[in-house]
Write a protein that binds this ligand. Structure first.
Ligand SMILES: NC(=O)c1ccc[n+]([C@@H]2O[C@H](COP(=O)([O-])OP(=O)(O)OC[C@H]3O[C@@H](n4cnc5c(N)ncnc54)[C@H](OP(=O)(O)O)[C@@H]3O)[C@@H](O)[C@H]2O)c1
Length: 260
């Protein structure tokens, strides 16, 4: 079988490529810039919104949908009709939204789907990098408790789903613990070998800062969601352990890998 990996230059996709190669599975990647493509794979230049020829001859796809709306999803998934689709989704898909709309579109084209519903990626913490040098991360809702997951764990679950029988399975893909955002910052400081502390930012200021990156609706949604996690933490799931055979990696390990 040949597997098409989208987002192959990104955080999860690069590990999906590595995991498939290690398993001896032929890989094709769909990239916007072939100069950034990983080594030792078939490279097709294109856009996720219009995969076209990249889908020809592949049996399965690791699919990311890196857009803020599901506009155009029907066209994007049509070339994968009847094929295996492993989609990097979000826990919020259960309430609809863009991730729910993408899942629904996938169900229309194939019965062989696996949805990896992530609570939050540990890589979200990279947004704090510009402030780490100051020793103070100023952001909203430091007491929000999240179960962020290491990108390697997401990728390992994806490789299992792509190479084994996980048909019509929806996995809740989380880290092994619920950690406040302030605790995440403290652990990054430990990995760096210098203290970093959280400074609480008023929610409206945080929304204004995020609008250029996420747009007004997603920026407000993100900050309001963190507010909700102060009282109502993200769940911790055992699906990573069930699928991969080992516990999900703790955030401290992620921090050491990225900052030591
Ligand atoms: N952050 C979270 O907490 C969270 C939670 C749930 C789900 N998710 C999902 O996870 C996704 C991010 O996954 P990730 O962290 O593995 O990726 P990432 O590191 O954010 O990188 C995005 C990848 O998508 C590629 N890409 C972006 N737009 C593209 C386009 N129009 N055509 C082709 N390729 C395109 C990028 O390629 P280039 O190298 O060309 O830029 C890059 O490889 C999000 O889109 C979201 O749907 C995230």
């Amino acid at each position: 079988m040949t597997v098409l990996v989208t987002g192959a230059t990104g955080h999860t996709g690069r590990h999906v490529v590595a995991g498939l190669k290690a398993a001896g599975v032929p890989v094709r990647v769909l990239v916007r810039d072939p100069a950034k493509a990983p080594e030792g794979v078939d490279v097709v230049q294109g856009d996720i919104a219009d995969p076209g020829e990249a889908a020809e001859g592949v049996d399965a796809v690791y699919l990311l949908w890196p857009f803020f709306t599901a506009d155009g999803i029907e066209k994007a998934v049509k070339p994968f009709k009847g094929k295996k689709i492993v989609y990097l989704s979000a826990m919020s898909a259960e309430d609809g939204g863009v991730w729910g709309d993408v899942e629904a579109a996938i169900e229309q084209v194939t019965d062989d789907w696996t949805f990896l519903r992530v609570t939050g990626l540990a890589t979200n913490a990279l947004a704090w990098v510009p402030r780490l040098g100051t020793g103070v991360v100023r952001a909203a809702h430091g007491q929000a408790k999240r179960s962020v997951v290491h990108e390697r764990d997401v990728a390992e679950v994806a490789v299992k789903a792509l190479t084994e029988d996980h048909v019509r399975q929806t996995y809740l893909v989380t880290g092994p613990e619920s950690l406040t955002q302030a605790e995440q910052v403290r652990l990054i400081g430990e990995a760096l070998g210098k203290p970093v502390r959280w400074e609480e930012q008023p929610p409206e200021e945080a929304k204004a800062e995020l609008i250029p990156h996420l747009g007004a609706e997603f920026a407000a949604g993100a900050v309001d969601y963190w507010a909700s996690l102060v009282e109502d933490p993200e769940p911790v799931s055992l699906d990573v352990a069930r699928v991969t055979g080992h516990p999900a990696r703790p955030f401290a390990e992620w921090a050491r890998e990225h900052f030591s």
